[in-house]
Design a protein around this ligand. Structure first.
Ligand code: SIN
Length: 283
């Protein structure tokens, strides 16, 4: 087994992991240690990984198995790999709003892997927010209100036939496939029990969570607005400056993230895979 060197960022989440070479297949113990590190630190950054897309797919399998990304055109011949691309002349990026990946699915991915192929000379950072810390910081009254509630998630706003990406499709560098299918709804607990650690995590995000199940609109909007703002406050966040060929793996059940689009005139290219998840249960 390889011994991982794990250096926490000192922030509310994140650790840099070295001492591992992802161009080689991982033994089961090392794969499990890497997965554990991603659960413990919520996001792990592995700099200096000169990996191929085959290596990225194999690492994704080692972490629990690949799953696809609906409404985003995958790479030819690699149905589970997405290219997150913004060309130098494009204005609109991908993931420029707080979200938890694919939270509109019955089984949102457990982890996301994002590998930097080409980064701008400055900018293009990504931020994550720790949703276990966000839950823990809520006052008792709010906890009592939201424990046991369910929220409805849908991909309709970004990916619906007339959704955001359908409006800006021509200004994007990557293939998005808006569809009426995106309007499907699915319900998750507002406070989910993390499947690996059992810790309560706040599980609502402004991109995909559309209402509180059973609340009338005004009450639902008021509560969600408050939770969305609370969930991504500075004290729960870590922001990484990408290095070329860095693989980042995040625990999608316990985080939200935001890709900062502040590098106009430069190209940014990343490759992304998702690791299979499981249904989220209430605490
Ligand atoms: C994403 O939301 O998956 C993209 C994140 C990024 O490009 O930094």
């Amino acid at each position: 087994m390889t011994t991982l060197r794990i250096e926490p960022t000192g922030g509310p989440l994140g650790a840099f992991v070295t001492g591992i070479d992802l161009t080689r297949p991982l033994d089961a113990a090392t794969a499990s240690a890497l997965r554990d590190a991603a659960v413990t630190h919520k996001v792990v950054f592995l700099p200096g990984q000169d990996i191929s897309l085959d290596d990225l797919e194999r690492t994704t399998d080692d972490l629990g198995g690949r799953t696809d990304t609906p409404f985003v055109t995958p790479l030819p011949g690699r149905p589970m790999v997405v290219r997150v691309l913004k060309e130098a002349d494009a204005k609109i990026g991908f993931g420029e709003a707080w979200h938890t990946d694919l939270s509109y699915l019955p089984e949102p991915p457990a982890f996301t892997c994002l590998w930097s192929s080409e980064i701008p000379p400055k900018g293009g950072d990504t931020m994550w927010s720790n949703q276990a810390a966000a839950y823990a910081a809520l006052n008792d009254e709010t906890k009592a209100e939201i424990d046991g509630l369910y929220a409805i998630h849908s991909a309709g706003r970004p990916y619906g036939a007339n959704g955001y990406y359908a409006q800006v499709k021509d200004q994007l560098s990557m293939g998005i496939e808006p569809s009426a299918e995106a309007d499907k709804e699915f319900r998750h607990p507002v406070v989910a029990k993390h499947p690996d650690t059992g810790e309560p995590v706040l599980f609502v995000n402004q991109t995909y969570t559309i209402r509180i199940d059973g609340y009338e609109k005004e009450r639902s909007d008021r509560l969600l607005k408050r939770l969305f703002l609370h969930a991504v406050q500075e004290q729960f966040r870590y922001r990484v400056q990408w290095q070329p060929h860095m693989l980042t793996i995040w625990d999608n059940r316990a985080t939200q993230h935001f890709a900062i689009n502040d590098y106009q005139g430069h190209r940014r290219e990343m490759f992304r895979t998702s690791v299979k998840g499981a249904p989220l249960l209430a605490v």
